[in-house]
Ligand binder design. Sequence first.
Ligand code: DX5
Ligand code: ZN
Length: 218
Amino acid sequence: MHLVAPSLLAADFRRLDQAIALINDSEADWFHLDVMDGNFVPNISFGQFIIEQVARDAKKYCDVHLMIEQPERYIESFAKAGAQGITVHAEATKHLHRVVQQIKEAGCKAGVALNPHTPVNVLENLIEDLDLVLIMTVNPGFGGQKFIYQSIPKIRQAQELITIHNSPALIEVDGGIGLHNAQKVLEAGARVLVAGSSVFGAKDPAETIRQLKGIAGN
Ligand code: DX5
Ligand code: ZN
């Protein structure tokens, strides 16, 4: 069974309490929290302060996606803010292996995200240690972008790597995911669907979450 992780980035932040309650009361599995630093990606979103507020009310797993340069500077503080899983970008650090160990030492599940142009094989000597592989299906930085179709074979490659190395890692897909393509990514091997605008832009977000959960995977 796959998991659905609505991204709060697409929520109305004037009523963050309502967005949190909506996810809590829905069939969603995780909260997906997008941290952007205006350096690794062109946009700036939110940091530990907001995550701490969200985590206080969240009744579900907090999946923190760090789109920041040198994430090693902030792992402990995000863990302290309430992150349960922390995902860093392979492109954002010179010492990916070290950061992954740091995340685990902080008591969190460890994930690595790959930008659309980054090949899956950068994870070859690390995959056994990962709990999550995040395949970016848009260029990171903004919600509401169009899904990049070349991501489908990449999800399959990640699945192969995971199988060969007998890794426990789940494949998460992030960007442009909705009811129109969820089945395709699930068939390719995705296990966690991040969905921002397709959920919060829907007339009935809880119903969209329910439908995303109901899609038959592989
Ligand atoms: C993009 C973020 C995503 C984003 C997804 O850089 O990592 O999590 O919120 O938004 P949608 O689902 O609208 O593409
Ligand atoms: Zn994300």
